[in-house]
Design a protein around this ligand. Structure first.
Ligand code: ADP
Length: 672
């Protein structure tokens, strides 16, 4: 990239010109935040999971602690019951107060130990002596009180002489019970048995505190997973359970405690939801950012393509472009300008007058034009200047200056397009010289064609001079000849010699080679000269020439060129009337003075112009004549255009023969 171009580039273009990041690293850059968010999310979820595990662990620890406490509590109560029953049994050893003691102690015990449903006093034969609670006579009641104590427990207690727990058993409505059998001894003799009936559900209901059942489900089961009693205030599936042997009473009974998941911590729930929502939000925003990035990269791509296209366009321009700021400092040149001038953009950008490409001999003109451009007074349709290449070679440049307007509509400088027109000018000059040569040749041809008539015309004064000369000589031979006699003849000789001289000068003038130059000239004199030329030819062809000319101001023209035009038109007109009846062979030359121009017309009554050749008349080398060159009219048109006039052909509406042509041309009157 050229420095000049960079200095003129917008910031966006600069960014664009920098090497674009490879697509895969852009993808990586885009993926990194996503990866980060995924990792963060994973870490948060892992943390939540760990917290959850921790919570379960804590829950289990609490469960075990509570279970141990419950087991202790039950044991404590049962132990306390055991003590009381043993004391009771000891009190019952007194035979005299036995009955009374049972009633008193049993009612007290049943009342104060709600876990005991029933107390029975059995005789050594396992028959019920009394039982409480009972309002009816004991015997009658006894039958109603479930089965007596199991034989096994009874025997074991009797044999061991200490309190024994029975195996659990089911009774009415699937209620399960255990019993304790406490033997009563009197002086070493077994005299009866105290049996306490514990319904297991009542035991749980009374010994397990309410708060415990708010959290746990307490079950009494055996090894075979048979459920004997349960207590809970919570519904549903327990999350974890813990089993502990229920001893006493033993017999493989177990306490199974199931914990219920405490209602999830709302803060934790909220936190989880917040984390997920935030992660979703972050993902969504990443998605949006990705979308934006993609849009942006597409826009950048389009801009890059646009920039590349503009640069390619700029580089392929053959017209030199140069931008200057408002102070006249060069801020940009395109490659074509560098090529034309031979300077590099580094040498040109930043330069101030005098510019390196200004020709030293034209420094004043260049500076004046520079000032005019900065003042906004440069010619709109361009101007020509001579510039200098780096190698010192001069060249003609056609410069068009225009305002440089930036994207905000602010005038920031001047933009010039510069064309090297040296070659074009050279070609134009060559064409001009060739045209001139052609005109000259055409005049020579015309003169050649007119040579015989001119010779004839020249012959007349020469013959007259010869005869006057003979007359004079004859007079001189006479003795009485006085100079007065010779004088008139000599005067006539002189007139004829002048006439001959005029003819020769006119021919000389006509065929002389000269540069075209416009000078004030009288059109009437031009017409007179032409008539002088064609007079004898017209006579020979029996053509009458009529001429109507008003008073005219002189016009700026090249007299010789106009003569050539008129002579051409007159000769064409005379030739066109070759077949016209002699009586109608009239040629009219009319000059009219119009607003700002002269209108000259040459009208004939000749053959006229066929429509099919009308368009080709003014084309070089178009002729319908066997010996014609066909360059006359084309030369006439270029001469008239050189004088800023127009030349055209039209039918002659006033022709007596019905056919005929008018060739007309205009010439501006202004002196410019
Ligand atoms: P040239 O006279 O050598 O043919 P010009 O360029 O003068 O070349 O004329 C071109 C052609 O235009 C002539 O050949 C002729 O056909 C036609 N032409 C010119 N003047 C007239 C005229 N006054 N009437 C009819 N035809 C004309």
């Amino acid at each position: 990239m050229l420095r000049g171009t960079i200095s003129y580039m917008t910031p966006t273009a600069k960014i664009l010109s920098e090497k674009a990041l490879p697509a895969f690293s852009t993808r990586w850059l885009l993926a990194l935040p996503k990866l980060g968010v995924v990792l963060l999310l994973a870490a948060l979820l892992a943390l939540l999971w760990l917290l959850h595990l921790n919570e379960i662990e804590e829950e289990r620890a609490t469960l075990i602690k509570d279970v141990l406490w419950l087991e202790q509590n039950l044991r404590f109560h049962l132990d306390s019951d055991e003590e009381q029953l043993q004391q009771f049994a000891a009190d019952m050893s007194n035979l005299a107060t036995q009955k009374k003691t049972f009633r008193l102690r049993a009612s007290h015990l049943v009342k104060n130990t709600p876990e005991i449903d029933q107390l029975m006093w059995l005789n050594p034969e396992r028959k019920v002596i009394d039982a409480l609670p009972s309002m009816t006579p004991p015997d009658a009641e006894i039958e109603a009180f479930g089965p007596p104590v199991t034989e096994k427990a009874f025997d074991t207690a009797r044999r061991l002489g200490k309190q024994v727990y029975s195996e659990p058993f089911f009774l009415e409505k699937n209620r399960s019970f255990i019993e304790t059998a406490t033997p009563i001894f009197h002086e070493g003799h077994f005299i009866g048995m105290l049996v306490a009936v514990y319904p297991l559900d009542t035991m749980l209901a009374n010994l397990v505190p309410w708060w415990f059942t708010e959290k746990y489900k307490v079950e009494i089961i055996d090894d075979n997973d048979i459920l004997y009693a349960t207590k809970t205030h919570v519904q549903g599936q327990s999350s974890q359970t813990y089993e502990i042997p229920f001893d006493p009473p033993g017999y493989g009974l177990k306490l199974r405690i199931g914990s219920y998941k405490s209602n999830d911590n709302p803060l934790q729930k909220l936190l989880t939801i917040a984390i997920i929502a935030l992660a979703a939000g972050v993902f969504w925003s990443l998605w949006v950012v990705r979308d934006l990035m993609q849009k942006r990269s597409r826009a950048e791509e389009a801009l890059r393509a646009e920039h590349a296209f503009r640069t390619a366009m700029e580089d392929s321009l053959t017209v030199g472009m140069r931008a200057r700021d408002l102070k006249g400092r060069v801020i940009y040149v395109n490659p074509a300008f560098c090529k034309i001038t031979g300077f590099s953009s580094q040498e040109l950008v930043g330069s101030t007058p005098p510019m390196p490409y200004w020709a030293p001999e034209q420094i004043d003109e260049s500076y004046a034009m520079h000032q005019a451009v900065l003042a906004g007074q440069a010619p709109v349709d361009g101007f020509e200047m001579t510039f200098m290449r780096k190698n010192g070679e001069r060249f003609n440049a056609l410069v068009y200056e225009a305002k440089l307007i930036d994207g905000n509509g602010v005038h920031t400088g001047w933009m010039a397009s510069v064309l090297d027109v040296t070659e074009r000018k050279r070609a134009e000059e060559l064409a001009r010289q060739q045209q001139e040569q052609l005109q000259f040749t055409s005049r020579l041809v015309t003169m050649g064609e007119m040579a015989s008539t001119l010779a004839h015309e020249l012959n007349q004064p020469l013959a007259a001079i010869a005869s006057y000369n003979t007359g004079c000589l004859n007079l001189l031979e006479r003795p009485d000849c006085t100079p007065q006699d010779i004088r008139p003849a000599l005067e006539k000789v002189s007139i004829q010699a002048q006439r001959a001289g005029k003819i020769i000068r006119r021919v000389h003038d006509f065929v002389r080679k000269s540069e075209p130059k416009r000078a004030p000239c009288q059109l009437a004199e031009v017409v007179d000269d032409c008539l002088g030329f064609v007079e004898s030819d017209a006579r020979k062809r029996h053509v009458r020439i009529e001429c109507a000319m008003p008073e005219m101001p002189p016009i700026p023209a090249d007299r010789l060129m106009l003569e050539q035009v008129l002579l051409n038109l007159i000769r064409n007109a005379m030739e066109a009337m070759g077949n016209t009846p002699e009586i109608h062979r009239t040629l009219r030359i009319m000059i009219k003075l119009e607003d700002a121009e002269l209108r000259v017309s040459v009208a004939d009554q000749g053959c006229g112009i066929a429509p099919e050749i009308r368009d080709k008349l003014f084309t070089a080398f178009f002729t319908t004549k066997p010996e014609g060159m066909g360059v006359g009219l084309s030369i006439c048109r270029s001469i008239i255009e050189f004088h800023r006039g127009r030349l055209w052909a039209e039918d002659n509406p006033n022709s007596a023969t019905g056919t005929g042509t008018i060739f007309a041309f205009t010439l501006p009157l202004e002196t410019a």
